[in-house]
Design a protein around this ligand. Structure first.
Ligand SMILES: [Zn+2]
Length: 297
C-alpha cells in the first residue's frame, strides 16, 4: 500500500485530473516534525496538494508553496518537484485547537482564516512564476481552489483529506484536483458539479480505502477516465551535510570564527526534515579555510 498519484484526463481531454494517496508521506512528515493532530492534518493537506501540483511540472521544474496564515501553526512551507518528491514543515507543530462541533479537526484554527497562500514555480527560466492569493478559509482545499481560479485562471475543484486516529497516527491521507481545460463545455461542468455533490467527502473516500483510480472513477465516471501516468510519491528532503556546509561558507567570516572559538562547533538542523547536522571545530576550520581561498585572501 505505498503512496502514489495518478494523472488522468476526462471528457475528451477537457478535464485534467490528479488523485493521490499520501498516507505514508504524511505520516513521515508528522513523525519528523512531531506534529500534533490538527497540525498533522494541515501539513498533510498542504503536502498532498503540493505533491499533486509538483506532478503538473516537467523535468527539473519545482515549486514552493508558502501558506502564511494568521493561525499559530503558520507559516507552512512545502517544496515539491515533478518526480513525486515533496517536503514541508510548519512553524509551530504543537498547536491543538479544539475540534469543531461536528467532531472534525479544526484545521483553519491552526492555519488561520486570514493571510496569504503563495506559490513560486522555478521553471528553469530567469524569472520564477509567482502567484499569491488571500486565504479564503484556512481549511486549505478551498484555498487551493481559489488559488487555481484566481492566479492560474483554471477553474478547479480541490479536495484534501487526512484522517488522524488514535495516538495521532495517520490512518489515511489523500486528495484530488480536477481542472477544467479551455474548451470544456457547460454540459461537462454541470455534470461534474452534479457528480461532486453526490460523492461522499474525500475524508470518507480515503477512510474507506479507495485507491486514486477508484476516486477518479467516482468523480468522472469509469468510462470517462483516461489514465496518463502513475507515479510513486514520497516525503523526500534534499538536504545533506555538504549542502549545509555550503550554506555556512556563505556566512560572515566573523560568524564562522565565533562558531569555532566561542561555540567550539556548530549544531544545525534542516527546517524541512528536522535532520541534525553537527560540525566539529576542525570541520568549521576547514570551511573557513575554503571560504578564505574562495575570496582570495
Ligand atoms: Zn532536510
Amino acid at each position: 500500500m505505498s503512496d502514489y498519484l495518478i494523472k488522468a484526463l476526462g471528457y475528451d481531454g477537457t478535464v485534467r485530473a490528479y488523485a493521490i494517496r499520501s498516507t505514508m508521506m504524511v505520516q513521515e512528515a508528522a513523525s519528523k516534525h512531531d506534529t500534533w493532530r490538527t497540525v498533522t492534518a494541515a501539513l498533510g493537506r498542504a503536502l498532498s496538494a503540493g505533491t499533486m501540483m509538483g506532478a503538473m511540472l516537467k523535468g527539473e521544474e519545482k515549486l514552493t508553496i508558502k501558506i502564511e496564515g494568521s493561525g499559530p501553526a503558520s507559516p507552512i512551507i512545502i517544496d515539491a518537484n515533478s518526480r513525486g518528491e515533496a517536503r514541508g514543515y510548519v512553524s509551530n507543530p504543537h498547536v491543538d485547537p479544539e475540534r469543531k462541533s461536528n467532531g472534525k479537526l479544526n484545521v483553519s484554527a491552526a492555519v488561520g482564516e486570514q493571510g496569504y497562500l503563495s506559490v513560486v514555480k522555478d521553471l528553469g527560466m530567469r524569472e520564477n512564476f509567482t502567484g499569491s492569493v488571500p486565504i479564503v478559509s484556512g481549511e486549505l482545499a478551498e484555498d487551493f481552489t481559489y488559488y487555481f481560479a484566481t492566479s492560474e485562471q483554471t477553474p478547479s475543484s480541490v479536495a484534501l483529506g487526512v484522517i488522524v486516529g488514535e495516538g495521532d497516527k495517520v490512518e489515511a491521507a489523500g486528495g484530488f484536483i480536477l481542472q477544467m481545460m479551455p474548451g470544456v463545455t457547460d454540459e461537462t461542468i454541470d455534470e461534474i458539479e452534479n457528480r461532486l455533490s453526490g460523492v461522499p467527502p474525500i475524508s470518507t473516500l480515503i477512510q474507506e480505502g479507495l485507491t486514486p483510480e477508484e476516486i477518479l472513477n467516482q468523480l468522472l465516471g469509469e468510462d470517462n477516465v483516461q489514465i496518463l501516468d502513475t507515479m510513486g510519491v514520497q516525503f523526500q528532503c534534499q538536504c545533506s551535510k555538504e549542502r549545509i556546509g555550503r550554506a555556512i561558507i556563505g556566512l560572515e567570516e566573523k560568524d564562522i570564527r565565533d562558531m569555532i572559538e566561542v561555540d567550539e562547533g556548530a549544531e544545525t538542523h534542516c527546517h524541512f526534515c528536522n535532520e541534525q547536522y553537527l560540525f566539529s571545530k576542525g570541520e568549521l576550520e576547514e570551511i573557513l579555510k575554503e571560504k578564505q581561498n574562495l575570496s582570495g585572501n
